[in-house]
Ligand binder design. Structure first.
Ligand SMILES: [Zn+2]
Length: 127
């Protein structure tokens, strides 16, 4: 079973190389197979998926910033939504104050996150 799967991998890799793909020194983060380059696009012949090559940790970090920020945005908006519902339900002045403060903090997190997304997008633009 395992062996036939490996043979299948080798076959696919060989087929990719035969059709003009170049072998790269990096390996696939998902399956560990050597990556190939087809028309300037680095990809895994086994997973049949393009792979983004990052040169160092800093770049790796930067590559996931947009993902982290959009997750942050989603979570923050969902929390503000929850708290707004809570706010609508309560009549306790202290609780209202607490919820309002929390919403205020969340909005500033959201605002900063959006500003950061904006500045990342501007940096990506070719100057
Ligand atoms: Zn792979």
């Amino acid at each position: 079973m395992e062996r036939s799967r490996n043979q299948e991998k080798v076959k696919r890799l060989a087929a990719a190389l035969k059709s003009g793909a170049k072998l790269r020194t990096e390996s696939c983060p998902e399956c560990g197979s050597p990556l190939v380059e087809v028309k300037g696009q680095v990809m895994c012949a086994i997973c049949d998926k393009p792979v983004v090559i990052v040169r160092d940790e800093t770049e790796a970090g930067r590559a996931i910033y947009p993902y982290i920020l959009s997750t942050l945005e989603e979570v923050t908006v969902a929390k503000i939504d929850e708290l707004t519902k809570l706010l609508a339900r309560t009549g306790d002045p202290e609780e209202i104050e607490r919820i309002a403060e929390t919403i205020d903090a969340l909005i500033s997190v959201l605002k900063k996150g959006l500003e950061l997304q904006q500045s990342l997008r501007e940096k990506e633009k070719p100057s």
